[in-house]
Design a protein around this ligand. Structure first.
Ligand SMILES: NC(=O)c1ccc[n+]([C@@H]2O[C@H](COP(=O)([O-])OP(=O)(O)OC[C@H]3O[C@@H](n4cnc5c(N)ncnc54)[C@H](OP(=O)(O)O)[C@@H]3O)[C@@H](O)[C@H]2O)c1
Length: 288
């Protein structure tokens, strides 16, 4: 029987890739989801909500390893989840963050004390974050925001997943903390430019005062401390290039994918709909 691995966050940017790469590697995949997720048919879906007590009861039975996404800004409820996991599984791979905010540091500490073999992944900004710009790029060929000079080394979610799959299925990764980046440091304005180059339509960065961005995020209902945290991190990132690590290549044997390659895979999300050969016509335009 193939090894069974429990994937949490399996509908998310990284978890979805972890599930499909585990299947390719011949492992059995059980996914904990809150809803009726659209997952590959070979994945065994199990209903569960990590914010509720007992969420892993049953789901962890018979699994060898757990891929853990903890999508909350607090570790409340994490200890019982780890206890259940440790009662069944041997390993846990936790998707932390290079920012290592307080709750992530605390989660890492609890995981290290859980009795499970653990591996911590600390990715930098996901390339997939730029999908948040897609609507304004499609509408106006512009990304308006603060700190266009903020630099990051966007990492492809498939590379994060490839590292996770190695750590979930092979020996030699216990106790490792992997800081994961893409291969290049790019400012936000440069990322916008690369998107334009790949889709063949110019995309410009339009600098907006930080106060405007703050007001917009607050109006969307984001808590003030989260908004201020984002803006002060971006201000800091404008101070120079972002770090680049060789960890993806060291762990997987393949170099980290470029941001340009990520955009090429997602170009349809950024192209104006009326430029897509296969896409729907924009609203209001009569069919020919
Ligand atoms: N975005 C970045 O640049 C970045 C960088 C470093 C680290 N990270 C970390 O990576 C993790 C994923 O980040 P993301 O924002 O990109 O997430 P995402 O792709 O939106 O995925 C979040 C996942 O968590 C699941 N989820 C949410 N609430 C849940 C609950 N109560 N019970 C069970 N599952 C739940 C979601 O499933 P359903 O909604 O389908 O139930 C979804 O599969 C986060 O912990 C984040 O801090 C992100």
């Amino acid at each position: 029987m193939s090894r069974q691995i429990l994937v949490t966050g399996a509908t998310g940017a990284v978890g979805r890739q972890v599930a499909s790469q585990l299947l390719e590697a011949g492992a059995g995949v059980r996914a904990l989801t809150r809803g009726t997720a659209d997952l590959p048919s070979a994945v065994e879906g199990v209903r569960g909500d990590l914010s509720r007590p007992g969420s892993l009861d049953g789901a962890a039975e018979g699994v060898e390893a757990v891929f853990l996404v903890w999508p909350f800004a607090s570790v409340e409820g994490l200890e019982p989840v780890l206890r259940t996991a440790a009662g069944h599984a041997r390993r846990v791979v936790y998707l932390s963050s290079a920012a290592v905010r307080d709750h992530e540091r605390e989660a890492e500490r609890l995981i290290a004390r859980s009795g499970l073999e653990w591996t911590i992944l600390r990715p930098h900004a996901f390339a997939a974050n730029t999908l948040r710009w897609a609507e304004q790029i499609r509408a106006r060929g512009v990304v308006r925001g603060p700190y266009g000079r903020a630099a990051m080394s966007p990492v492809h979610e498939r590379d994060i997943a490839a590292v996770a799959v190695r750590a979930l299925t092979r020996d030699g990764h216990a106790g490792a903390v992997y800081e994961l980046t893409g291969p290049h440091s790019l400012t936000q304005a440069e990322q916008a430019r690369v998107i334009g180059e790949v889709i063949g339509e110019p995309v410009h960065w339009e600098e907006a005062p930080a106060q405007d961005a703050r007001r917009e995020m607050l109006a969307r209902g984001w808590p003030a401390e989260v908004v201020d945290g984002i803006l002060s991190a971006q201000a800091e990132m404008a101070g120079g290039p972002a770090p680049v690590t060789a960890t993806v290549e060291q762990v997987t044997g393949s170099g980290a994918r470029t941001f340009r390659a990520w955009v090429a895979e997602h170009a349809h999300a950024f192209r104006r709909r009326d430029h897509r050969a296969d896409g729907p016509l924009p609203a209001g335009r009569p069919p020919r």
